[in-house]
Design a protein around this ligand. Structure first.
Ligand code: NAD
Length: 419
């Protein structure tokens, strides 16, 4: 295929879909095989990834279509187990296209490493003493990663905070490191350990923890999109989404589920590209908790023309070098499908997918309710579990949905009736 707008893509066979994606992304037969053939991650490789390995575990890879981000078409590989997410993302991306798709920006690949120092008699004086010696501290950090220094400049700045705690004030130094196309956890942790003796000398205190912060608020990706009222079903839908958003913004119980819906889009891309989804989750949820209560990651507003506008801003501790990205053969194929060349581009795609996924859920909730779309896909899973063959599947699903009885037992009953 030449474009990611492909009418009836879901009706193709798995082999046909894979061939279309391979053509779009320029994947070789060997590369697409890493996704289409089970066992791409061999036991030999897996045994070196974690400890006490006994085997591997597979999940489906789907592709979300229709995404237009900063004028470029993307096919988005998504690895997850939940039905209806990929379809919802594709549908949302299609609706966003009416007003030009998604626009994104990025604050840079800056990760934070924290150095905790306790037992300091005069913490405010010590704070300034650390800042007076900024260049010396950055130089010590940078000695640890000449590769990174050559690529990005490495450690670039310091912040020093006084954190009050139950064991007294702590002097917490943040090393701000440009980790380039790496997520950077290992890189910044090494630097934090290296500067610890100097921090102790400058403060008279004792350094304890030296570790990256997942609240990567110097590595923010942003995305916006306008959904025209015509494209999404009228001004009532616009108002419905804005009201749904107001609920999430005001109430942590609702925000938790709204943000879970956003992570439905984000985590599958993070996993597909071999990135650390726990780090991503920790970053997002801590970012949503900076104010006086946990709140929505997105904002939804009505513009002067009555259209719906959405925006998202989130920490994106993700990369394309290091971690599992370069080890997992399927992750490499997914990165090629995505067509991203830098961590910055990956972060911005992730932001756009999160915004799209949130829109899809908000629109469904504000109109038909979430179950209508979900049930059809859920019915497919249940019909398969009940033993429907590919030829029988559509008929069994149609009957379950029409009769509003979506269960394995009813699928079995329908199948028995068909024989
Ligand atoms: P890494 O250490 O494997 O690779 C990064 C290094 O690669 C850099 O230090 C640099 O020397 C080199 N490099 C080569 N080309 C580069 C380029 N173009 N841009 C940047 N660096 C380049 O990987 P990492 O990103 O430091 O570590 C990521 C892993 O750390 C993840 O798997 C994550 O799960 C894990 N981790 C996470 C946490 C956390 O989130 N809190 C903590 C510890 C470890």
């Amino acid at each position: 295929m030449k474009t990611n707008q492909y009418s009836g893509f879901h009706k193709l066979t798995m082999e046909q879909r894979a061939a279309e994606v391979a053509e779009f992304s320029g994947l070789t037969e060997e590369e697409i095989g890493r996704l289409t053939n089970p066992g791409a991650l061999t036991n030999e490789v897996a045994d070196h990834v974690i400890e006490n390995v006994i085997g591997t575990y597979q999940l489906p890879v789907g592709v979300a279509m229709n995404f237009l981000i900063n004028g470029k078409e993307y096919v988005i590989p998504m690895v997850l187990e939940e039905a209806s997410v990929v379809a919802a993302a594709s549908n949302a991306a299609k609706m966003a296209r009416a007003a030009g798709g998604f626009t994104t920006s990025y604050t840079g690949n800056i990760m934070i490493a924290q150095v905790q120092c306790i037992g300091v008699a005069n913490p405010y004086f010590a704070r300034q003493n650390i800042l007076h010696h900024k260049e010396e501290i950055l130089a010590i950090a940078n000695e640890k990663d000449p590769v990174l220094v050559k690529l990005t400049g490495g450690a670039k700045d310091l912040e020093v905070r006084i954190v009050d705690s139950q064991i007294g004030p702590m002097v917490v130094t943040h090393l701000l490191v440009d980790t380039g196309d790496a997520m950077g956890a290992n890189a910044v942790n090494t630097m934090a350990e290296a500067v610890a003796p100097t921090i102790e000398k400058l403060t008279g205190g004792t350094v304890k923890l030296r570790i990256l912060s997942n609240l990567a608020d110097h590595r923010l990706a942003r995305a916006t999109a306008t959904f025209t009222k015509e494209a999404i079903g009228g001004e009532d839908v616009v108002d419905g989404v804005v009201a749904a958003y107001a609920f999430a913004a005001a109430d942590p119980y609702r925000a938790a589920t709204s943000n879970k819906g956003i992570m439905n889009g984000i985590d599958p891309v993070v996993v597909a590209t071999g990135n650390d989804w726990r780090g991503m989750e920790a970053g997002v949820h801590s970012y949503c908790s900076r104010g006086d209560h946990y709140t929505s990651l997105t904002r939804w507003e009505k513009d002067a023309d009555g259209n719906l506008t959405g925006s998202i801003e989130l920490p994106t501790p993700v990369g394309l070098v290091g971690g599992a990205t370069k080890i997992h053969p399927a992750a490499q194929a997914c990165v090629k499908i995505l067509g991203v060349k830098t961590a910055a581009e990956l972060a911005q795609v992730i932001a756009a997918v999160g915004l799209a996924q949130n829109f899809a859920a908000m629109r469904a909730l504000a109109t038909d309710g979430i179950q209508k779309g979900h049930m059809k896909l859920h019915a497919r899973n249940l019909a398969t579990v009940a033993g429907a063959t590919p030829e029988q599947l559509d008929a069994v699903v149609a009957k379950m949905v029409a009769d509003k009885k979506v269960s394995v037992d009813y699928a079995k009953e329908i199948l028995a009736g068909m024989q």
